[in-house]
Design a protein around this ligand. Structure first.
Ligand code: ADP
Length: 516
């Protein structure tokens, strides 16, 4: 036997092993970036807050923009109409008064050719329309002639009018004691003799109040129109954005597994959105094809590398067992080669498990099983392999219809981790319970625990909390990624609670019935 043993460690064997390991590692890092290969289940896309007052949303911006322009447009038209109506009203009356004011001295002069001044003034005043009040005031504020209509108006208003000192030369509308009056005053000169001031007043309160009421109505109608328009605009924009929302809904349901079959089919969408959907479909089928090729490659390479590496591992172990003539350095190198080869084989096995987990939707085989038995079997195997005490606590017999292989793999990984990351004298407790629809499996350990900031990331591919520690325990950072992928492929959920130095608890919730 001895003569077959090499005196020196065969260099080519070591080189082959390291080369194979490096190849596997490079390949894994290249083809399996931690964040690109995600689970086979559609990932959970957090819904963006889509409510009316999300100022960043297109719907909100379009609605506010279009409504603002409409409000400005309608408001502008309404204001312009009110202003124009007011102007027409005022112009009509002021033109009338202007005409009277211009004619008055001429009339007085004509009458004065036949009558005394006082009578001429009165005749000219009486000639004016009854709704225009006229009085003539001397420089001493003495009223020498006035309209007869003054007798019919309230004394207070009469006093108020007579007491007005400053009146405009050009007719203007004033509000005097809740009445709207067109006022004007001018010097009255007849035959080059200044008699005083002729003052004219026309009461337009009725017309002004009617105009005010019309404008009030116009304002209410404009307001109602704005509200109605805003509602119609909001509804129309929401409806127009529906195809885009549909695209994001479809996109959120597409998983890595159905990339190539995924299709964004939109009926009655605008041409631009249809074009976008077509381009997305083309992109999806390209991505699907390359994802499929990549997955195929992962499976093939893992498989191809595992066999020669297993042979290498066996050979190295054989050399170690029989290599009594190896010096210390050779022993050390051989030990390193064996442990690295073992790690690489584990990595390849995990990759194969992951590829299988990614495909678990396709290869699922559901059967009805007694969970207590399955857990007990897996616990026994782990106890044997890891030399740990595992206690199983269950609320009676728990039956469920599920995929046995996937569930075994989940339990194996969780129990393996619990054993790896807790001291051997601490127990691991598996608790099983069941509600009407769900089965709960909790794996609790009293080990080193996980820091809160790491807990989110431990389910990522190739993520290890502490590389040195995981290396020592033989982990490659894929165990929990496989568990998560499998749990989600079985429509379940996984959560973790952990406190550093107090231990960890992984809770898996699975439906009692697997629907595939
Ligand atoms: P590994 O193969 O390195 O164990 P896993 O994906 O199984 O990879 O776990 C990822 C990381 O989560 C590990 O590196 C480890 O630090 C941490 N972890 C997982 N399970 C436990 C546990 N029960 N207790 C403490 N840490 C854990």
């Amino acid at each position: 036997m001895k003569r077959f043993l090499p005196q020196r460690l065969p260099d080519h064997l070591l080189i082959d092993t390291f080369a194979a390991f490096s190849r596997a590692k490079i390949w894994a890092e290249h083809f399996l970036p931690p964040n690109t290969l995600k689970t086979s289940k559609p990932p959970h896309f957090p819904r963006s807050p889509r409510h009316w007052f999300d100022p960043a949303s297109l719907q909100f911006r379009l609605t506010v923009g279009v409504t603002t322009f409409s409000v400005l447009g309608l408001g502008g038209i309404s204001s312009w109409t009110s202003w124009k109506m007011q102007e027409i009203l005022v112009n009509t009356h002021t033109e009338n008064i202007t005409y009277l004011a211009e004619r008055f001295p001429q009339d007085v002069q004509i009458y004065h050719e036949s009558f005394p001044m006082q009578e001429s003034l009165q005749f000219a005043i009486d000639k004016a329309p009854p709704n225009v009040l006229i009085w003539v005031e001397t420089e001493n504020s003495e009223i020498i002639a006035q309209s007869q209509a003054f007798e019919n108006i309230e004394p207070a208003l009469r006093e108020r009018l007579f007491s007005l000192n400053e009146m405009p030369k050009e007719p203007e509308v004033y509000q005097v004691d809740r009445r709207y009056l067109v006022l004007c005053s001018d010097v009255l000169a007849v035959q080059n003799r200044t008699l005083g001031q002729v003052r004219m007043v026309q009461d337009i309160t009725e017309d002004q109040l009617m105009l005010n009421r019309t404008m009030q109505g116009l304002r209410i109608i404009t307001l109602l129109a704005i509200v109605l328009l805003a509602a119609i605009i909001a509804w129309y924009i929401k409806r127009s954005l529906r195809p885009l929302r549909r695209i994001s809904q479809i996109a959120s349901t597409i998983s890595a597994n159905d990339l190539s079959q995924a299709k964004m089919t939109l009926d009655k969408a605008p041409t631009e959105v249809k074009e976008l959907a077509e381009k997305l479909n083309e992109m999806l089928s390209r991505l699907g094809l390359s994802w499929e090729q990549q997955r195929q490659l992962i499976g093939d390479i893992s498989h191809e590398l595992r066999t020669p590496l297993s042979v290498t591992y066996g050979s190295l172990q054989c050399i170690q067992r029989r290599g009594t003539s190896l010096n210390e350095m050779q022993q050390e190198l051989l030990g390193t080669a064996i442990s690295e080869t073992d790690r690489t084989i584990q990595l390849l096995q995990s990759l194969l498990d992951l590829a299988r987990a990614d495909n678990s939707c396709t290869y699922v085989r559901s059967e009805t099983l007694l969970l207590n038995d399955l857990v007990a079997d897996v616990a026994k195997l782990t106890e044997r392999g890891r030399n740990h005490c595992i206690k199983v606590e269950a609320e009676g017999d728990i039956w469920m219809t599920t995929d046995r292989n996937s569930l075994s793999q989940i339990l194996t990984n969780l129990l393996d981790n619990a054993a790896k990351y807790s001291p051997p004298d601490q127990p691991i407790i598996v608790t099983l319970s069941q509600s009407e629809h769900d089965t709960l499996i909790e794996v609790r350990d009293y080990g080193c625990g996980i820091a809160p900031e790491q807990q989110e990331r431990i389910f990522d591919r190739f993520y290890r909390v502490d590389n040195a520690r995981s290396r020592a325990t033989g982990g490659v950072g894929l165990g929990l990624a496989i568990v998560k992928t499998l749990v989600e492929s079985m429509d379940g959920k996984i959560s973790v609670w952990s406190q550093p130095e107090e231990g960890s608890s992984f809770k898996v919730t699975l439906p009692c019935q697997l629907h595939h």
